[in-house]
Ligand binder design. Sequence first.
Ligand SMILES: Cc1ncc(COP(=O)(O)O)c(C=O)c1O
Length: 394
Amino acid sequence: MNPDFIKYQAQTSPYPLGMEVSHAIGSYIYDTNNKKYLDFVAGVSACTLGHQNKRVNDAIKNQLDKYSHVMVYGEYSQSPAVEFCKLLAEHMPEPLKKTYLVNSGTEAIEGALKLARRTTGRSQLISCHNAYHGNTMGSMSVMGFEERKQIFRPLIPDVDFITFNNEADLEKITTKTAGIILETIQGGAGFIQPENNFLQKVRQRCTEVGAMMIVDEIQPGFGRTGKLFGFQNYDVVPDIVVMGKGMGGGMPVGAFTAAPERMDLLSHDPKLGHITTFGGHPVIAAASLATLQEITETNLMPEALEKEKLFRSLLVHPLIKDIRGKGLMLAAMTESAEITNKVIFKCQDKGLILFWLLFEACAIRITPPLNISESEIREGCAIILEAMDEVLSE
Ligand SMILES: Cc1ncc(COP(=O)(O)O)c(C=O)c1O
């Protein structure tokens, strides 16, 4: 591992993988020893179209040759951002037609929480146990995993928690609630899908009491579950949709979308209700537009469901107890963190990149680029099975 990496760049865990990246193309990453790794993680669901996708790269280069940052967002009309928001609106149900562009998932969550308070004039926020919504103070306040936030308290007040998929808990959403935020598939918790029309029941309760239903699509979003957004699988229309990660085809970005009259509340009383220097950055917006065009003009979304079937048919092994998730947001579950760790490290040695989930230690993350090929899926699954055979025989 490069000693300067440890010495000068701040680490986020005591055990960084530390691979020295040379270059990456398609579904593969190459290290500085020219070892090739098949990427089943895609920058943790961010590299929607793999690495160095031509359409995304061309959009970035073309935009760089025209202009880059010229003004803070909202003051000038800049076509990549405008075109992105317009195309997104075409793929959103009524009334979700206006989008605020920011720089990351967590910032989009902050904006959405503020919008819920601004819209309702209420303060209470509700989230779910084991939810992950980001790592800034507001998003961390709605994180449902005490161990990771205790040391940073006090966080924002008036936050309450319910259990995902627990219908009885919905009574906690009342006329005091500004908004409930929930992932449409709980990511860090272990790729948990809504059951028994849970999202529809949340929608109904929010409508009854006038609370905002905020869905965090940062991980399921942008085609990964077979629809552009996870909520579109469950026949609900939320009030605020939050996105990030895969939106920029590997570039740093976030956004939240709501009804125009709601979104406009951020521009008055007070004006500048949410501002950010780089939101709507033309180069990032150009990459996001190219990514959205590619996802919506091709068969990548329905193909994600076909690829899910292939993964499920190939990943049959005594060590795999379950495969959770939908489309290309999959988690292979083993019975212990120890087995999961061994499999992930062995696969890395064998040239396949896998990763963990934030709070569920038995899960093996499988979130490849949407345009991964069938033969690449077969190649990677064969490596997983080989690694599992070795773990089993140890
Ligand atoms: C569901 C969900 N919400 C929010 C975030 C935070 O996004 P970011 O890391 O871009 O701030 C993530 C990132 O993993 C996420 O998976």
